[in-house]
Design a protein around this ligand. Sequence first.
Ligand code: ZN
Ligand code: ZN
Length: 266
Amino acid sequence: MRFRLMAAGVGATALIATALTSAPAQANHAWSDYHWARTSNPFALKLDNNVTSGWSSYLSTASSDWTKSDKLNTSVQSGSFGSKSTCSPTTGHVEVCNSTYGNTGWLGVASISITTGDHISRAYVKINDTYFNQAQYNTVPYKHLVMCQEVGHTLGLDHQDTNQTNPNLGTCMDYTTNPAGPPSNEHPNSHDYAELDTIYAHLDSFNTPTLVGAAAAEADRAQGASNETPAAWGKLIEGSASRGAGTFVRDLGNGNATITYVTWAQ
Ligand SMILES: [Zn+2]
Ligand SMILES: [Zn+2]
């Protein structure tokens, strides 16, 4: 892959070409093709519940929403470190955490670790209660939007739209300041499932959700800690560094990278 990121226009053109030559119409909102490596579909992915009780139902809803994809089945399991703020990623897992992370500027962060060029080996989500404890964000629609979107990123999905003031597209992958809509941006839409069909159409010769041993150690070694600073996130490649949504890439060399999707508070 390698910075196909840098050549978003080329990627979009290729996707459009694909859409023109194959039915059904393909979604085209992911400029990357980051995906979990797997030898068969649907594949199983564990979402580790490290959230406090107030967030558990939102995680369960996000899990069942994304499992409607015929390419993957997510399941929520007990996390290994409770609702601690560190949320260190574990190879093969999606760690989901919340905490009062402070006035960081971000409502939520989703990070994916990339190995062998375009395969996701681990991921984490952090939800910042410093903002979600405030009336503006402490709403059912806002919590659905952010949990659904951050988990969607851990599957390899990008935003469908990052303009926070234009009309809602009816998907949680659309950034908005009005998640209730109408239409509601609290859940995925058919375009998201079509995108998952596209990025999970091929099969790989190995499985990153169950990576163990030397391969897992190598993937972990190559990746940084879950340190939420712009320096740790790397280069801004899409969106804004401080408003709306922003996507950052840290190139770690040898086909390893971390991609961080940041949802900024208003
Ligand atoms: Zn692959
Ligand atoms: Zn996002």
